[in-house]
Design a protein around this ligand. Structure first.
Ligand SMILES: NC(=O)c1ccc[n+]([C@@H]2O[C@H](COP(=O)([O-])OP(=O)(O)OC[C@H]3O[C@@H](n4cnc5c(N)ncnc54)[C@H](OP(=O)(O)O)[C@@H]3O)[C@@H](O)[C@H]2O)c1
Length: 325
């Protein structure tokens, strides 16, 4: 088969479409004929040599895909060859085929385009596991989503709104109108507004019950300031650095909590549990139309370098999808 390989880490041109050995499904795995994959920010770090694949994972980039089941490994009984599926991957999505543990495979939700389905697994699993399972966001609460225009952000807005929460987002102003269309009640231009003040202003001084953060160290103190009493901060990205100072007095005065999670390095059993939760709780919202994949652009898979260049600008809104020719 062919796949996007990274012979040497570097800029976007480090991505090379090349002939590679065909993958074989191990016991418990499903082999997928990939129709599309999608770009995640982590792929950019992997390309630069900063985010090596976990042990046992494919060396090729790509944390999600959509396609059809091509073959079943020994012991797999819950999928059929030819079924349209999408999957959460530890790597290997930028390829013509990928083998994945059966527990990480999902049906393409009814009503979703089979190519756009590639834009769902990573964001659905990350957002649901952090905002719902970890932070326990409920109806009537307020969630502050940093990076509302990211793949993660566009999904978090829709999920938060579908759950009956008030969604506040930070993003550059050019993206605000689209983010309000997706369900954001309040948009904050983080380049010229203090998100702590703005979050307090739109919550009558209470603050956010849940914060989904992709910035990390640079926002740690201000995120705690923006929390409501009993608030839960979940950090999933470190775009603003990894080492920050936490004011424990401020956190305990609020009965607050801080968590940090990474999906890719979780054990297979945990990923399967998250995928089951997404199938049970999120897929019905997708099938009802309350949540849609937000696809900024589709590009041919062999042009992954151009897709990475686009995501590096930050000008995209939602996901960039890589389609097989
Ligand atoms: N821990 C996990 O399991 C996990 C899983 C998936 C993703 N992630 C993380 O989640 C983040 C989003 O991933 P993605 O693939 O969806 O990214 P993406 O589509 O590339 O979007 C990143 C966005 O971050 C925004 N941004 C940058 N600095 C910001 C700031 N100071 N305040 C608010 N927004 C800011 C930019 O939006 P503007 O144009 O508005 O500036 C940019 O579009 C990444 O950090 C990624 O590593 C973590």
């Amino acid at each position: 088969m062919r796949a996007i390989t990274i012979p040497e880490p570097g800029g976007p041109d480090a991505l090379v479409w090349a002939e590679v050995p065909d993958p074989e499904p191990a016991p418990g795995e499903v082999l997928i004929d990939v129709r599309a994959s999608a770009v995640n920010r982590a792929d950019l770090l992997q390309r630069q040599g900063h985010y090596p694949p976990p042990k046992g994972a494919s060396a090729y980039p790509g944390l999600e895909c959509a396609g059809v089941v091509a073959a079943l490994g020994a012991g797999v009984t819950d999928w059929e060859v030819g079924a349209p599926v999408c999957a959460l991957l530890a790597g290997g999505g930028y390829a013509e085929q990928v083998a994945v543990p059966a527990g990480q495979v999902l049906p393409v939700p009814d009503g979703v385009d089979p190519v756009d389905a590639a834009a769902l697994p990573e964001v659905a699993c990350t957002v649901w596991s952090n905002v719902v399972r970890q932070a326990g966001l409920t109806h009537g609460e307020t969630v502050l989503v940093h990076g509302g225009g990211s793949g993660i952000g566009t999904f978090a807005i829709q999920l938060g709104a579908a759950l009956g929460a008030t969604v506040v987002v930070t993003a550059r102003a050019a993206k605000h109108a689209r983010l309000r269309d997706l369900g954001a009640a309040h948009t904050i231009d983080y380049t010229d507004r203090d998100f702590v003040e703005e979050t307090r202003r739109v919550t009558d001084g209470r603050g956010a019950d849940v914060i989904l953060d992709i910035v990390g160290a640079a926002y740690l103190g201000r995120n705690v300031s923006a929390l409501a009493t009993g608030g839960r901060l979940v950090v999933i990205g470190m775009q603003g650095g990894r080492k920050g100072e936490l004011d424990l007095a401020a956190l305990l005065a609020k009965q607050g909590s801080v968590a940090a999670t990474a999906l890719r390095s979780r054990p297979v059993e945990q990923k399967a549990m998250i995928v089951r939760g997404v199938r049970d709780q999120v897929w019905p919202l997708v099938e009802s139309g309350a949540i849609r994949p937000v696809v900024h652009e589709r590009l041919p898979m062999e042009r992954a370098a151009d897709a990475h260049r686009l995501v590096e600008t930050g000008d995209h809104l939602g996901k960039v999808v890589l389609v097989r020719g």
